[in-house]
Design a protein around this ligand. Structure first.
Ligand code: ATP
Length: 332
């Protein structure tokens, strides 16, 4: 089965071709980079509208040259969660392509795709997943046909929180890589650490970080301490999720997963408890259509497709709303 995947939940317009026989991916992406400030939904949608036709055309050209004229068996698209104006463009493109190519349409939950690409590439059976992305931060575990949310942020996503601090400092988006670079020269200062049960919160730590910067604490120290606090919170809850579920496999998903320090903390925690840890390569951590095409292929292979009339996008699409049709019934 070969699937054309289309991703466009926020900043990344991306199209991919995934061939499940060979496990080959072709991914073409075009990122929206705001001149200043954060992601503006209208500007992101304008970027999406211009970039989606380009990346789709490139992916289709690749598919035709590599596999011939009937290369595509299904079209998968990110149905949510994400920015409504962006999702609507991607949904419209996917519906039109599925009709034109006369193939089934697959609506993919973007956060489940972040998880499944790690599961696929690691070969793990039933891992716990930490999704640490821009707009989200949660722990997922599989039980009785659904990915259950074991713990999650009570306010902003972890990447968005980091980006808010860098906007305050005057750095351009995305902020996460800049925090990582400056943290290399920093030392520890105390910031709030907020874990409540299995949930966590980033808003207080961001306000405290902005205040510390305004009070003259060196920006390198604030960056270092932001990483130490936020990533330790995620690592603590990830460890509890492993303990709670009895699982000894952890996969990481989402753009913040590109951070070396986060991966180091998670790998250390897993090593200490004899668990296995897997982080996909960066192109599969940040938003990308490869993960949409890969999960789309799994869903299409079991007939989990959607009629055009039922394919509305959902900006608040939660991972635990998705019936997991593509996993064997005996996995729990
Ligand atoms: P979602 O998947 O929730 O829709 P998203 O659309 O924002 O999130 P992602 O690509 O998953 O997209 O994540 C982008 C986030 O990753 C941004 O907030 C960015 O600052 C952050 N990020 C990227 N690289 C790093 C890094 N090296 N360290 C920390 N954060 C990073």
């Amino acid at each position: 089965m070969r699937v054309l995947g289309i991703e466009g939940t926020a900043w990344c317009a991306s199209a991919a071709v995934f061939d499940d026989a060979g496990g080959d991916f072709f991914i073409e992406s075009d990122a929206y980079e705001p001149d200043s400030g954060g992601i503006h939904p209208r500007e992101a949608a304008e970027h999406m509208g211009g970039a989606i036709p380009r990346v789709v055309e490139t992916a289709l050209r690749y598919a035709r040259e590599e596999y011939g004229s009937d290369a595509i068996d299904a079209v998968a698209f990110s149905q949510g969660p994400g920015l409504g104006p962006c999702l609507r463009i991607v949904g419209t493109a996917a519906r039109a392509l599925a009709r034109t190519l006369d193939v089934p349409l697959v609506g993919v939950n973007h956060m489940v795709a972040h998880l499944e690409i790690g599961r696929y590439r690691s070969g793990f059976g039933s891992p716990v997943c930490l999704n640490a992305s821009g707009a989200n931060a949660h722990l997922l575990g599989y039980r009785d046909g659904r990915y259950r949310v074991l713990g999650e942020t009570m306010d902003t996503g972890v990447g968005n929180a980091l980006d808010k601090f860098t906007r305050h400092v005057g750095w351009t988006h995305p902020g996460g890589p800049k925090i990582e670079a400056h943290a290399a020269e920093g030392s520890y200062v105390e910031l709030p650490y907020v874990v409540k049960g299995m949930d966590f919160s980033f808003s207080g730590i961001m306000s405290a970080a902005k205040d510390a910067y305004d009070d003259g604490v060196p920006v390198e120290d604030v960056c270092f301490s932001l990483q130490e606090h936020t990533f330790a919170m995620l690592t603590e809850v990830a460890e509890r999720a492993l303990s709670l579920t009895g699982t000894d496999e952890l996969v990481l998903g989402g753009g913040v997963g590109q951070n070396d320090r986060l991966r180091e903390m998670l790998a250390g925690m897993c090593a200490d408890r004899g668990a296995s840890f897997y982080a996909p390569e960066p192109r599969f951590l940040r938003d990308n259509a490869g993960m949409i095409a890969q999960l789309g292929a799994r869903m299409a292979s079991v007939g989990d497709t959607v009629e055009v009339a039922d394919s509305a996008i959902d900006p608040n699409f939660r991972p635990d709303q998705v019936p997991v049709t593509w996993r064997d019934g005996d996995e729990s």
